[in-house]
Design a protein around this ligand. Sequence first.
Ligand SMILES: [Zn+2]
Length: 433
Amino acid sequence: MAEKKKASLGLKLAYAALFLLILAAAVLGIHVSNLNAQVQYVNSLTPTPVPDYPPNMMQVTPDPSVTRAPILKTGSRGDAVKQLQLRLKELGYLPGAADGQFGPATETAVILFQQQHGLTPDGKAGPATTELLYSSAAKPFTPTPTPAPTPTPSAAPTDALSDTERLQLRLKELGYYTGAVDGSYGPATKAAVRSFQQAHGLAADGIAGSKTNAVLYSSAAKPFTTPAPGSEPWVRADGLPLLVNAANHLPSGYQTADLVMMRTYCDSSIVTIKGSEIQGERVAVDALMAMLRAAHQDGLTIWQVSAGHRSVAYQQQLFDDQVYAYRQDGMTRTQAEAKTRQTVADPGASEHHTGLAFDITVPGQQFSNTKQSQWLAQHCWEYGFIIRYPIDKVNITGISYEPWHIRYVGVEHSIRMRDEGLCLEEYIEKYGN
Ligand SMILES: [Zn+2]
């Protein structure tokens, strides 16, 4: 009897111990899964309150399905970048489209966010920036009316200067402005601001607004550099050449300067505009009209423009329509896209995005067989245009001969390209830095 009682007590103790163990495991389990949820939630990049745990706790839970988000920086692309851009847009830091490509505009938006939140403004979305960005502590962009000038060894006492003088001084210091610091916001100052904005992916309106100033007077302001080919295909602020091809997509934040509706803008006795929607940049359209007037004087009177400026969205539509047509023919998506790329540029890769390219045709005729084609090849250079895809440069441009596609680069460049026999890729490689 006593033996039995003893045994039953032992059993009870064992059960109690087991119960405590299970309880402990359950509590721990809940804690671990809660932590996992928190980690996952950071990775899912949704705007919700910040989890308050020390960062190194993330490493305590070795869960292979939970990988830390990579640092997003210039050159990154994909859905994570798109989400980042959407969040930056939501908070008012990023203008333009969330295209999933981390370019200068995204970098600038990240810098602005970092500055406003006391983070190191390095323009990279690392863990600290990302965590704050998606937390409820993320503040929307608020303009800072008069940014404090950064102390520079060269600068005169800046508090005696007007805003415009200070702006000119700062732009000069960075190499964007070469004129006099006279306090007058003239075309040279405006061009310098535009150039600075372009280099930082800001809307290039030439107005030193709050966003521009926030970057301009920060340590994140980059000095002026003439872009190297392949890296930053901008040459526009100072001279026209700008490289847009399969390897150099239109820079994010690119803005056409001054588009005109060609049907209403152009003299219809000189040229027919095929589509009512066709637009071009004023500077290029003016040069085109001067050129075609000269052609008329040479006796060639029938000219048509069948393409001008195209937005990236429109190019996407052209691309998608062609893919759809091939898929209707029974191709797989991969096949259809590959086939489409033979004739339609990827969105972002078309020269027509620049607003400086036109397709010239003669109604009802194969253009390469026309006198107009010959005249264009001979004279377009004198008016600042180039035959963008010459017959002997196919291996460099990657585009088959297109005698009808002309591109405005400005007369000093077009003449040099003609004289040296260079296509745009070669020209920018030679003179682009
Ligand atoms: Zn074209």
